[in-house]
Design a protein around this ligand. Structure first.
Ligand SMILES: Nc1ncnc2c1ncn2[C@@H]1O[C@H](COP(=O)(O)OP(=O)(O)O)[C@@H](O)[C@H]1O
Ligand SMILES: [Mg+2]
Length: 317
């Protein structure tokens, strides 16, 4: 699906606690802070929209100070409006819940989530409308937002750890998806299931083009080198058996589906989160934290560059 020229990337895994939100927030912020896109002859700063689709709302909490988070203005309003309106009524205007540039100096907007999204998931199952499918609600609303001249270069979606109808709204409009994961003995389990379910979605829905562009080791303990290598071998084995699932990337010379950049486990990432900030915008007072911020932000920059390179490869092939 197409929303102007925006590239849409979802972060998804069926497991919780694997770094989906941390990755979505920090990649979105890094893109918005440090990257440009070529448009015709000019280079333009990236303009990013982060959509929080997880009822747990952790991405929203990271980007908004508590006083700025309004639980009555979230993505829940969109789905509730759609569930209740009749066809003669206007569809929901996302600008009513859009938080523009919540972090000073970052070209990043946010559509926040709310806990009531848990209940909406169940109600959506009963959604029946002549003109619109329950998985296209978000796409329609985003297209309307685009008409109001908010041209995003990238839309990043933080998905909940499920493949319910809310997640399908995100995947349906995604061009790409990334699976953040732990690097441990069993994390490669379940990967096939995610890919298989997205393939099913694509078979059933011709307009969906979501393609996997990488597996991200998201919380690496750098001290456990031997264990890390051993478990990485498990992923390698999985990749070798599943190359048909990421044929285009494999064909264009991508040796691994796992990103070269691995994100270290680092306290400073959690400290930034607790301060309602992505790492790139965090300004700690402590000298060690300052050094750590610079050091670990380099990983997010390298990862973001790698993501953009993979997107470019897929576009050409
Ligand atoms: N690289 C990291 N270093 C340290 N802590 C991390 C890192 N990535 C995530 N965390 C922490 O791990 C927990 C789970 O991460 P989160 O991104 O919320 O996972 P998910 O969205 O998959 O549930 C959070 O408390 C987060 O602060
Ligand atoms: Mg999360």
């Amino acid at each position: 699906m197409k929303i102007g020229n925006a590239r849409v990337i979802s972060f998804i895994n069926l497991k919780g606690g694997v770094g989906k939100t941390t990755s979505a927030v920090n990649v979105a912020a890094t893109l918005a802070h440090s990257f440009y896109v070529q448009q015709g002859n000019t280079k333009k700063r990236a303009k990013v929209l982060l959509i929080d689709l997880d009822p747990q709302s952790n991405a929203s909490q990271t980007l908004l100070k508590s006083k700025d988070y309004d639980p009555s203005k979230t993505i829940v309003n969109l789905f509730r409006h759609e569930l209740n309106r009749d066809d003669s009524e206007e569809s929901f205007d996302l600008s009513k819940i859009l938080c523009e540039a919540p972090i000073d100096g970052l070209n990043l907007d946010l559509i926040p989530s709310g806990l009531d999204l848990f209940d909406i998931q169940d109600e959506l199952v009963k959604y029946q409308r002549y003109y619109l499918s329950a998985t296209d609600i978000l796409f329609n609303a985003l297209n309307k937002l685009r008409e109001s001249k908010r041209a995003y270069t990238h839309i990043i979606i933080d998905c909940p750890p499920s493949l319910g109808l809310v997640t399908l709204n995100g995947l349906s409009l995604s061009n790409y998806y990334i699976v953040p994961t732990f690097l441990d003995a069993y994390s490669h389990w379940g990967l096939d299931k995610i890919i298989e379910r997205v393939e099913t979605l694509k078979r059933c829905k011709a307009s969906c083009e979501a393609e996997i562009i990488g597996i991200l080791y998201s919380k690496i303990d750098r001290k456990s080198t031997r264990q890390n290598n051993m478990w990485d071998d498990k992923f390698l084995e999985w990749e070798q058996q599943n190359q048909h699932r990421f044929r285009k990337l494999a064909k264009s010379g991508g040796k691994r589906l796992v990103f070269d950049t691995k994100i270290s486990k680092a306290d400073v990432i959690r400290k930034a989160e607790a301060d309602h900030s992505p790492l790139v915008a965090y300004s700690p007072a402590d000298g060690n934290d300052k050094r750590d911020k610079e050091k670990y932000q380099e990983e997010w920059v390298a990862l973001t560059r790698e993501i953009l390179n993979r997107i470019a490869i897929l576009k050409i092939s």
